[in-house]
Design a protein around this ligand. Structure first.
Ligand SMILES: Cc1cc2nc3c(=O)[nH]c(=O)nc-3n(C[C@H](O)[C@H](O)[C@H](O)COP(=O)(O)OP(=O)(O)OC[C@H]3O[C@@H](n4cnc5c(N)ncnc54)[C@H](O)[C@@H]3O)c2cc1C
Length: 310
């Protein structure tokens, strides 16, 4: 057991967690931030972010997040990376936060653990993971120079990451289950105009095929009911996300998809525990929203700590 008692323990070092860290440590609270990987969250895997205010030409996700992290550290946040939180337990007015090796004590907890990409669940996905199947275009794009690839899912994430892939690949076939594209219009227009792209809407991915590496995919035209094989060397998957909320099960109220429900101060039903960013139950998941919610929670934490005399 780590004997220090922190005023605030933040779980997750993406935009939400790091913003909460900047605000609470600038209030001179004793703040610990735990991340199961390196801080940065989802933006650290995004090549170009064009809609975060303050960067007129856009910004690279890793650079943006390293600025968030430096800012939190400047105000004194203690950051511990590669520490996955397994459980949170409120005990006699304090919060016990368990990782595999350590238990930390806090007066408040801000959960900012985000979400992870959903799997497709089709034959070939597991077999070819890391050998043609990827969930991160920014990380793996350079491996597909002059190759034909498929992007599964035409939401904002799929189109944005597809755009990042275009600088490497020979062609991209976008596969979308729905008969329409559900992404920002500016992205749709840019990608539709590009001669390297092809869109198969109302198509279902049936399997990912190959010997040692991905060689093709099989898709079904949902209207015609016909199957066809498309030769590709890579398959990039963007079909939605699952919340990282399992360590709060039994403590927080979750919606039907597992996202954490809060009040408008971002507090769950247990006083002193807050949830912000993508892990929170809501409609819009963006960096600006994550930062805004973290700001609200940080101010609520300040007020809560005052009420308990901390
Ligand atoms: C491909 C893609 C492109 C995007 N592009 C944009 C864009 O251009 N503009 C925009 O505004 N938004 C964009 N988004 C959305 C944006 O990335 C998210 O809304 C934002 O990252 C949410 O921040 P967060 O801090 O809530 O979660 P995350 O960024 O997911 O961070 C969560 C952090 O928690 C950590 N964590 C998880 N579980 C645990 C645990 N048990 N213990 C400890 N740590 C844990 C994770 O390692 C991670 O670092 C994009 C998303 C994707 C997937």
């Amino acid at each position: 057991m780590n004997n220090s008692v922190y005023d605030v323990i933040i779980i997750g070092g993406g935009p939400a967690g790091l913003t909460a860290a900047i605000y609470t440590s600038r209030e001179m609270f004793k703040v610990l931030l735990l991340d199961k990987e390196i801080c940065g969250g989802l933006p650290a895997g995004t090549d170009l972010i064009e809609n975060y205010p303050g960067f007129s030409e856009g910004t690279n996700g890793i650079e943006l997040m390293s600025k968030f992290k430096k800012q939190a550290q400047r105000f004194g946040t203690e950051i511990v990376e590669f520490k996955e939180v397994k459980k949170v337990e409120p005990v006699e007015g304090k919060m016990k936060v368990y990782t595999e090796e350590e238990t930390y004590l806090g007066l408040t907890v801000i959960v900012a653990s985000g979400s992870i990409p959903k799997k497709l669940g089709v034959p070939g996905e597991e077999k070819f993971k890391g050998r043609g199947v990827s969930y991160c275009a920014t990380c793996d794009g350079p491996l597909y120079k002059d190759k034909d690839v498929a992007v599964i899912g035409c939401g904002n994430s799929g189109l944005q990451e597809g755009e990042a892939l275009l600088k490497y690949v020979k062609s991209i076939t976008f596969i979308e289950f729905l008969p329409f594209i559900n992404a920002e219009r500016i992205l749709q227009e840019r990608l539709r105009k590009n001669s390297k792209t092809n869109f198969l809407l109302n198509h279902r991915l049936i399997s990912i095929n190959g010997e040692d590496n991905v060689g093709s995919i099989t898709v079904e035209d949902r209207q015609a009911g016909e199957e066809k094989e498309i030769k590709v060397s890579g398959v990039f998957v963007y079909v939605g996300f699952l919340p990282n909320s399992e360590f709060l099960e039994g403590i927080a109220e979750l919606d039907s998809l597992g996202y954490i429900k809060t009040d408008e101060d971002m507090q769950i039903k247990v006083p002193g525990i807050y949830a912000v960013g993508d892990v929170r139950s809501k409609k819009v998941r963006q960096i600006g929203v994550a930062c805004g919610e973290a700001t609200i929670a940080a101010i609520a934490v300040r007020d809560y700590l005052k009420t308990i005399g901390a």
